[in-house]
Each structure stands twice: as C-alpha cells, then as structure tokens.
Design a protein around this ligand. Structure first.
Ligand SMILES: Cc1cc2nc3c(=O)[nH]c(=O)nc-3n(C[C@H](O)[C@H](O)[C@H](O)COP(=O)(O)OP(=O)(O)OC[C@H]3O[C@@H](n4cnc5c(N)ncnc54)[C@H](O)[C@@H]3O)c2cc1C
Length: 410
C-alpha cells in the first residue's frame, strides 16, 4: 500500500479492529495523539490511527482516567475546578500519549517527577488487537515499558494517573538583559539546594522561533501559593544586574503554552534542527560556556535548559524505563537549518559544536529528538533498560507492528 488511510476510532473496539486490519493486510501503522511527534507530520503510507476522539477525562477521587488521544491542556482544564494537577509538559496542545510514553518533563518535575511517575495504570490495545489492562500488578512488564519506552508496545487507549492536590502556583518571569554566563551559573547554584517546589527553565531563542518571544528568559514555577518563598529562592538571580523579575499567580492550566495553529489544511513542517539534547548530571562551567558560545555564534539558534533533581531524582532508576535519574539538568541546543542562511560549512560547524556539548550527557531524551534516528535509540536508555525493553518488545510485538517511533527492534 502506498497511500495513507486515516482512521479516527471513537471506541476501543475500533482501535482493536484497526490493529487487526493492519496485521491482516500487512499495513504500516502510525499512531497519532497530540500530533507533535516526528512521525505525525506528513503522510506515511499505511494506516494512520488518530486517537483524537478517544479523549475522555474522568476523575475518581485523585485518580484521573485520560483517553489515549487527549491533550494536556484539556486535562489541566478538567482538573482545575477540582484543585487537582498532573505534571505534564509546558504546552497545552501536546498529547498525553506521546509525552507520557516518552517520560514527560514538565513544570512540576521537581515537585512530583515526570508525567510517567504519576502513571498508575493503563489500557492497551496490543499488537494482536487484544485489549489488556496494565499496572504494577497486572502485566507489570508492559506497564514498566510504557513508562519511558515510547509507543513501541501497543496503543494506549486509557492512561490512569494519580493526580496531586494543588491550591495554586506562583510564576516568575525573569527577562534577561544580563550576562548569560552569570545567569546560568547563578541558576545552577540556586537549583543545587532549591526546594523541590521550585522548577526553572532557561530559554534563549531568536525572533524567528514561533514557540517563544525572542531573547533570553528564565521562567520559574513554584508548586504552591507562597510567593515570598519563590521570591526568596530566586533572589540571587533577581539581584543580577540586567534581570527584571515579574511575579504572578496564574492557574496552572494558564501557564501551558498554546502554539499558533496553522491555517486549516496547511501543515507547517518544523524547520530542520542541527543540534540535539541531553540529560546531564551537572551543569558545569565548561558546559555553560559552550552553550553561551553556541547561541552567540549562530543567530538562528536556540538554547533551552530545564532544572531536574528533586522528586525526579528520587525515583529508582530501574523502576521505569526512563534514563538518567541522576540528571540535574535537561539541555537542548541547536540551530535551525534555514536554506540560504545555513550552508554545508556552517552545518558542519554547528554539528561539531553540538557534538562537543553533548560529550558529557548521560542520555538523550527521545521526546525532544526531532527526527527518527534508529542508531541513537540505545543512547536514550540505560543499557539494562534497553535490553529489558527489547525482551518486552519481543514478547508483545515480535513483528514490530509499532515501529514508527524511536524503535526498539524486537
Ligand atoms: C511545542 C512542543 C512543546 C513540547 N513540550 C514538551 C514538554 O514540556 N515536556 C516534554 O517532555 N516534552 C515536550 N515536547 C515533546 C513531546 O513530548 C513529544 O513531541 C511527544 O512525542 C508529543 O506527543 P504527541 O502525542 O503530541 O505527539 P504524537 O505525534 O501524536 O505522538 C508521538 C508518538 O508517540 C506515540 N504515541 C502517542 N500516543 C500514543 C498512544 N496513545 N498509544 C501508543 N503510542 C502513542 C506514537 O509512537 C507517536 O508517533 C514538546 C513538543 C513540542 C512540539
């Protein structure tokens, strides 16, 4: 089959029927939830199973059942009136499916860990078209693999999360007209002993990046309503010359970004990206210098950091498939590959600089890897986790039906 057939199942049985059809007709399968992953762009031949109609959100106490096609903005909006929150990512339109299966680094990552650290169960349509429940006590191997192993193991039609009671947040936006080396070193020092309620991100982007306003900024979220504690924790950063801090108390759901939507029918493919990401144990001076030099050298480049540690680091390494629990920072840097602005020489220089930066990383975070690179997949896991994922893949999807992902080859 060379054409792409789009299926939008509205019920679990229809997902199972689509999987059986893919098996019977040997059709490649693309699974789409929020549509932000690399495999959702464009039209690949085969069956494209779009889960958007399976997006119910129901709440029982603090347990939240979320359909496999829901997006995080809808989850946050549904939970807000109940005073509940699940740590997700930073963007409302990102899917619960893709983000959760890859890990999910969000604003509460230091308070509560990754999105998967709140996952307590799921319903999965397997490669045979069977529907199974998974949890710590039922199909525990599959439950383990879903927490970081990506879309390799089946189609998740329902995620069950344990939500947290949260009476509010405090948000600080620090506009930076300051020496980025000083800001980053100070942020690193602040976060070393920071309370887990505090999570920060640093972003330095050019005017052309649609995802954020141009320039450097450091945003901070405090999980709780105590603005003074946030102010106190951030004081060493706010006191730097050229930093202006604005503190507000928005609802959690309102800090999730909503990227601009392209006009109906016009898919905007993201520009090429030369660079990468990594989970780092330490943000040392050398790494900071390299990141700042990278951003300065290439006008159309992005540098993006998120603090980790806290609850993220307290989850035992082996208890999920996600790598690098000892990481204290997530780092991403790259330049947009714009024809006319970037030639082969520039491309080679940018890549060489990124290769220097990535030297010290513990692992790559698959969810922020913008393209499929099969050779890179082992570097997204510990070697033990990769071996275990391979075994679980053999058991649940030996024919590799679910291969349009960072693929664990069976
Ligand atoms: C604007 C933007 C902001 C982002 N912010 C964050 C962030 O703050 N934190 C973070 O950790 N990541 C973030 N990411 C990365 C994001 O987590 C990944 O791109 C993720 O894969 C997107 O999930 P999706 O459901 O929207 O995409 P999709 O393209 O729909 O899904 C990605 C892949 O996940 C698998 N998949 C999805 N749903 C299911 C399902 N129900 N069952 C089985 N397999 C499934 C499929 O293999 C699919 O190809 C961001 C990405 C973008 C573009």
């Amino acid at each position: 089959m060379t054409e792409s057939v789009v299926i939008r199942p509205a019920a679990i049985e229809e997902v199972a029927a689509a999987v059986r059809r893919a098996n019977n007709e040997s059709l490649p399968v693309t699974v789409v939830a929020g549509g932000h992953g690399p495999w959702s762009h464009g039209t690949a031949p085969g069956l494209r199973i779009e889960l958007a109609e399976i997006a119910d959100i129901t709440v029982e106490g603090t347990t939240v059942h979320v359909g496999g096609g829901a997006v995080w903005g809808d989850v946050a909006a549904a939970l807000a009136p109940l005073g509940l929150t699940i740590s997700s990512g930073d963007t409302a339109t990102v899917g619960v499916g893709g983000l959760s299966l890859g890990g999910g680094i969000g604003w509460m990552v230091r308070a509560w860990g990754l999105a998967i650290d709140q996952l307590i169960g799921a319903q999965v349509v397997t490669a045979t078209g069977d529907v199974v429940e998974v949890s710590a006590t039922e199909n525990a191997d599959l439950f383990w693999a879903l927490r970081g192993g990506g879309g390799n193991f089946g189609i998740v039609t329902r995620f069950d999360f344990a939500a947290h009671a949260l009476d509010g947040i405090v948000f600080a936006e620090n506009a930076l007209a300051a020496d980025p080396v000083v800001v980053l070193r100070t942020a690193r020092d602040v976060m070393r002993d920071a309370p887990r309620e505090l999570t920060v991100t640093y972003m330095d982007v050019p005017a052309m990046d649609p995802s954020a306003p141009a320039g450097a900024s450091l945003s901070a979220v405090w999980a709780g309503t105590d603005a003074d504690r946030l102010r106190e924790a951030l004081a060493p950063i706010s006191e730097i010359d050229g930093v202006s801090t604005a503190i507000t108390t928005p609802a959690y759901r309102d800090i999730l970004m909503v990227p601009p939507t392209p006009p109906e029918g016009e898919e905007q493919l993201p520009p090429g990206f030369i660079g990468g990401n990594g989970l780092f144990a330490r943000l040392d001076d050398d790494l900071i210098d390299r990141l700042v030099a990278f951003r300065t050298s290439y006008p159309a480049s992005v540098v993006f950091l998120r603090s980790l540690g806290g609850a993220f680091g307290e989850i035992e390494q082996e208890s999920t498939a996600f790598p690098a629990r000892e990481a204290t920072w997530f780092v991403m840097a790259g330049a947009f590959d714009i024809p006319g602005l970037v030639d082969d020489d520039a491309r080679a220089r940018i890549l060489a600089d990124w290769k220097q930066i990535e030297q010290g990383r513990i692992a790559e975070y698959g969810n922020f890897a913008p393209t499929e690179r099969p050779e890179a997949v082992p570097g997204m896991f510990t070697s033990e986790a990769h071996a275990r994922l391979t075994e679980i893949k053999r058991a649940w999807d030996p024919e590799n039906l679910f291969r349009r992902n960072h693929n664990i080859a069976p």
